[in-house]
Design a protein around this ligand. Sequence first.
Ligand SMILES: Nc1cc(CSc2ncc[nH]2)c2nc(N)[nH]c(=O)c2c1
Length: 375
Amino acid sequence: MTDPLDFSFTVSATDGQARTGHIAMPRGNIRTPAFMPVGTAATVKAMYPEQVRDLGADVVLGNTYHLMLRPGAERMARLGGLHRFMRWDGPILTDSGGFQVMSLSALRKIDEEGVTFRSHIDGTAHRMSPERSIEIQGLLGSDIQMQLDECVRLPAERPEIEKAMHLSLRWAERCRVAFGEQPGKAMFGIVQGGDVPELRVESARALTDLGLKGYAIGGLAVGEPQAVMLAMIETVEPHLPSTKPRYLMGVGTPDDLMQSVMRGIDMFDCVMPTRAGRHGLAYTRHGRINLRNARHAEDTRPLDEASDCPAARDYSRAYLHHLVRSDEILGMMLLTWNNLAYYQALMAGMRAAIAAGRLADFVAETKDGWARAEA
Ligand SMILES: Nc1cc(CSc2ncc[nH]2)c2nc(N)[nH]c(=O)c2c1
């Protein structure tokens, strides 16, 4: 019997490399494979937390970089933490901030000690070390905390990739020490190494030696073709413990999710469904639909009459087209709702398919549904 006050991962069925099961944590279980909606600034944009829960999400993502700048980590702690602040009572995973520093902030620099940067909001100078990143994630009340790492965008030269991977390993050790023993919480390491197989293997093995509760694969979905991303997953997977969760960061499209689950990934996060929804794009069983397109102007059909999500089932494409063309807030709300519901339905479908030993069939049927619509 696992301790309900601790973190545990159970695999209940496998189908090839794919696994289905759950992570048990004090704030609730995370059914895997899991898609984690992104709640960057303490909100899953355009969604009420109740809606996010109702469409099947067990865990959401918070963002250390954004929240340390606004409202501030110490202020968040004084306010009772991120769960109470945003009214999400399930597990929250927070990224460590390094990735956003490199992609969002100005005048940033990386050295052995950590990252130095200026806020993209007000230009104030900030410094984040591995220890400070873990401290911030603790102040937020995060349940699953990510190590501070250096993610290199691809294509990149091998020396740059190797230097960043080794720095990330040293930072993983410092984060492990700073995190200490926190029953019911977890700190995940992040495998780096770019598109260089032997660096990926070195990173995975060194992190496994640290005996962490979970392992992320970072440094992917940073501009490389899907084939390269999948090849790196195949390279890393055999060198990660099969008894711990694997989290592929920043991924991805519905096809990315299916291809990666087939290769042994358990957790995902991506801004795709929420960002696409705000730009008029709907993910459905019939493929991706751009509601801005004039062909929807008099189409009275819903996005998907078989969906149990009201946004997909109850509103005509003509109305959604009108809302998107008019830049109406409700358009963003309904398409975000539809997209997250579709992503969660896809994950639930894969979990059931793995349990039934028919994941390959499920993937083929899903892609057939997309192709039929485009024909
Ligand atoms: N593609 C990608 C995406 C993210 C952001 S995941 C995220 N943070 C907030 C929302 N979503 C990454 N984060 C870290 N720390 N390291 C990475 O290598 C990396 C790679």
